[in-house]
Design a protein around this ligand. Structure first.
Ligand code: OAD
Length: 243
């Protein structure tokens, strides 16, 4: 499928499902996970930070890492890709669904509303005892760990760690949206983490069109109807251009 055909398919689509990954926030200055030099996992081992064992072993160190990421994302601004996806939602209305793997909250700050945050959100914490979720305080003055406003127990970062389940209902809603989509967009993800990466294949399996926007090839590329080899903001702009 050519770019022109992909553009026409997106324009004609009544139902559009979008999966985003860390690459959509790269142009906001937020490091991805697996990009060789800048990615988080290039400098840390994920098991040492983003896992229940790491948190059990050293909650202080894990909280320090997340408090630093929370500060970074709070200082970052949504980029063109986030704004274009918020515009696409306004154009498609009820037929639009966004599933993000990102925990940086930038889609919400760009105005996206019809979305699920599959891996949680850095700006909130979850009580280890009663499960209450609360927003974190001002990132510039926040000193972890936060305590639960309901039962005063210690709270943990409200993100999905390796080996943990995704938020209740989020995955089901996403699987349904991708299974019904005429067009799925897969933007800025290496497609290595399931079940999120499998969502785009639901659209393919149901006979829909799947379009990837990524400067590099990914594990999902062979399954795509069209791959736009560009950064998220330019690739999306090309797909959403009038002609
Ligand atoms: P990765 O770091 O695995 O992949 C980022 C992707 O973005 C790569 O394919 C890059 O080529 C691409 N990329 C880089 N710059 C880009 C740009 N400007 N525009 C578009 N794409 C760009 O990040 P994810 O695929 O999001 O999970 O990782 C998925 C999950 O693995 C994360 O949600 C996290 C991590 O473990 C949890 O935290 C549970």
């Amino acid at each position: 499928m050519t770019l022109a055909e992909a553009r026409a398919a997106l324009r004609a689509a009544r139902r559009v499902a979008v999966l985003t990954g860390a690459g959509v926030s790269a142009e906001s200055g937020i490091p991805t996970f697996r990009d060789a030099l800048s990615g988080h996992w290039a400098r840390f081992r994920p098991e040492d930070l983003a896992s229940p064992d790491a948190y059990r072993r050293d909650p202080e160190m894990v909280w320090q890492w997340y408090a630093g990421r929370y500060r970074d994302v709070s200082r970052a601004q949504p980029n063109g890709a986030h704004h274009l996806l918020a515009r696409l939602e306004r154009e498609k209305g009820e037929g639009f669904f966004l599933a993000t793997q990102n925990v940086d909250g930038l889609h919400v700050r760009a105005g996206s509303e019809r979305l699920v945050e599959l891996h949680g959100n850095l700006g909130t914490a979850r009580c280890e005892v009663c499960g209450a979720v609360a927003p974190l305080p001002d990132p510039e003055t926040f000193t972890p760990p936060p305590t639960c406003p309901v039962c005063s127990s210690r709270m943990r970062p409200n993100v999905v760690w390796f080996g943990e389940f995704l938020p209740q209902g989020a995955l089901e809603a996403a699987a349904q949206a991708f299974g019904e989509a005429d067009v799925a967009l897969v933007i800025g993800t290496s497609g290595q983490v399931y079940p999120a990466a499998g969502l785009a294949l639901e659209t393919r399996r149901a006979g829909g069109t799947v379009i990837e926007v990524n400067p590099d090839e990914t594990d999902l590329t062979p399954h795509m109807s069209c791959s736009v080899r560009d950064v998220a903001s330019r690739g999306l702009a090309a797909l959403m251009a009038e002609r």
